[in-house]
Design a protein around this ligand. Sequence first.
Ligand SMILES: Cc1cc2nc3c(=O)[nH]c(=O)nc-3n(C[C@H](O)[C@H](O)[C@H](O)COP(=O)(O)O)c2cc1C
Length: 192
Amino acid sequence: MSPRPLVVGVSGSRRDGSYTKRTVERALAAAGRAGAATDLIDLGRVDLPLYHPDRDAGECGDAESLLARVRRADGVVVGSPNYHGSYSSTFRNFHDYCGFDEYEDTVVGLVVVAGGGTIASTLDHMRVTMRGVHADVVPEQAGVLDASAKFDGDGLVDEAVAERVDRVGEAVVAAARRRQVADGASCASADD
Ligand SMILES: Cc1cc2nc3c(=O)[nH]c(=O)nc-3n(C[C@H](O)[C@H](O)[C@H](O)COP(=O)(O)O)c2cc1C
């Protein structure tokens, strides 16, 4: 039996009551039901200065501990609000601290939240950016358009969108398990 995969959620909004955070939480809940342990990084609640290439992560607030949490993950669900047709600076700033050490051999799922109707470009930009750190991005992705009309006090009210978000969490767990099985098989053959 494979060990339980760990899925970390990263929410790239600093707004109180962020819809992105709630969407990432929903994907993590689905990952939990699919058998994963989960952990949420809310970038709105961390001390993370603007990335500076001449400063070590150890000198930069919470950076080192946040990177360690991503390195431990088998899968990551990354969420960003749509800002001007792309991801937020909050998402990007954390991403600039990350590299192959954080994401090589890590499965990633993408979710985006938009006040209006634009999600495709943001998802595309996140996919390319994740490729840049060698993340294994699953094809499933979810966007919440017209976000303020899609949530009530209990969460996402649009069933079709909620199901898409759930599928992202489930797909990350399924792909992380496939990697665990493949890694186990290659370890076994290395021992043979
Ligand atoms: C700087 C900025 C730029 C935005 N640009 C867009 C945009 O191009 N298209 C869009 O649909 N919504 C845009 N929005 C609205 C946000 O996507 C929306 O408010 C979203 O719910 C924010 O996510 P959050 O609730 O997680 O903070 C923008 C908001 C801000 C603050």
